[in-house]
Design a protein. Structure first.
Length: 411
């Protein structure tokens, strides 16, 4: 796809400084369609509408893997939306390099984003060639194991405190007719679970060597072999999940039909919507209770270049609104994520969010793989782990060999 030729065709876009807010419709595309996600995105829409503009919701069902190609196609095809969600990292890299996305550096400077956004790596992920192209809205960490207290009570075993105890409890859960580990069929879920296992079992340094340094020797080594052994345990425990979407897997935990789920903190939005309370109805184990870390992935909004001057002004209003302290609190409390601002009051946070905030404050963080790998390398990884979890005949050794090959060629 020749993004640069398309960019030239759209070069008539006009970018104007922010003036008084006008009642302008701005289409915003995203893939937040579960119950908890919809409640959270409604907070963003409400805040933007309060500026006198109007959020035109462009939700695309099917998660990021389905939504991103549609978003990219619209932008490159000359039908850009006003703003679009991506994970902050490298997903929009080619669009930016092709001149199709708006430079937000002036807005970021006016609003002092470099002073308020924490950790700084979030804004770094929005920065290409010294210019800022996206507005981070949350910190979403993959590094969680969510457990159903009711499921373990039914099985007659204590709620696990770490991954090893969880694996040991699996036979009792199965005997009680409960699926030990809920994993949906979307490829990104299996790949994400493996990444969490890597940090917990092999540690932060090995995670950085593999995904940050693209060290194929480390990927083929004994530390990662232990991770693949744990992934083999995970796929055995996940047998019988029989759901596709991540929130369907979360619902198995909420209803006590599954013992646990390795999933990002966005799962909290589903627990909250179901009226469940952290520490009472469910238990959260950051870093699988083994290595308490937070991965600093998450969501950001990018703004395609537009020809319409009024919509361009509205883009600036939206960018500022997303980072407003009140918007940050309202959105993240419902999303289950952490705010990107280090100066907001989260007294209303639940026990799990407070755990995450403490880990973040201590600086025990790793970058998200979206920040470290290109979209192509991520897709190869997702395809591998989707096959690994679906095909019991694929040995951990064979899967590790393929994984090392993906890392060797990663960009």
């Amino acid at each position: 796809m020749n993004f640069r030729l398309i960019a030239a065709a759209l070069a008539a876009s006009v970018v104007l400084p922010l003036g008084a807010a006008n009642a302008t419709d701005l289409e915003v595309t995203h893939w937040w369609t579960s119950g908890g996600e919809a409640a959270a995105v409604a907070e963003l829409a409400k805040a933007f509408d309060a500026t006198g503009n109007h959020w035109v919701d462009g939700a695309i069902a099917g998660s990021g893997g389905t939504a991103r190609p549609i978003m990219v196609s619209r932008i490159t095809g000359g039908d850009p939306m006003g703003a679009t969600q991506f994970n902050h990292g490298r997903q929009a890299e080619e669009l930016v390099q092709s001149g199709l996305m708006r430079d937000l550096t002036d807005v970021a400077t006016q609003e002092h984003w470099k002073d308020i956004i924490r950790p700084a790596s979030l804004l770094d992920s929005c920065t290409i060639d010294g210019k800022i192209y996206c507005a981070p809205v949350n910190i979403h960490s993959w590094q969680w194991l969510w457990l159903s207290n009711a499921a373990f009570k039914t099985a007659g075993v204590a709620v696990p405190k770490n991954w090893d105890e969880f694996v040991a409890a699996a036979p009792a859960l199965e005997k009680a007719g409960i699926v030990p580990l809920a994993v949906g069929g979307q490829p990104w879920q299996a790949a994400g679970a493996f990444d969490v296992l890597m940090v917990a079992i092999a540690g932060k340094d090995v995670f950085q060597k593999v995904f940050g340094d693209k060290d194929a020797e480390a990927a083929a080594g004994p530390d990662i072999a232990r991770v693949f052994k744990a992934a083999d345990d995970a796929r055995k425990m996940a047998k019988g999940s029989n759901v596709q979407d991540w929130n369907q897997a979360t619902n198995l935990v909420i209803t006590g039909k599954a013992g646990g789920q390795i999933m990002g903190d966005w799962a909290q939005g589903e627990f909250a919507l179901a009226g469940q309370k952290a520490g009472t109805d469910y238990t959260c184990l950051p870093g699988l209770g083994v290595n308490e870390v937070i991965s600093t992935g998450g969501d950001a909004f990018y703004f395609p270049l537009l020809k319409d001057a009024e919509k361009s002004k509205a883009q600036e209003v939206l960018a500022k609104t997303l980072l407003d302290p009140k918007t940050q609190v309202a959105f993240n409390l419902k999303k289950g994520s952490l705010p990107v601002r280090g100066d907001v009051d989260l007294a209303a946070a639940n026990d799990c969010m407070k755990k995450g905030l403490e880990i973040l404050k201590a600086g025990n963080v790793v970058a998200g793989t979206d920040q470290l790998l290109s979209a192509d390398s991520q897709k190869q990884k997702e395809d591998l782990f989707s096959e690994f979890f679906a095909n019991p005949s694929m040995t951990p050794e064979a899967a590790q060999k393929r994984f090392a090959e993906i890392i060797a060629s990663a960009d």
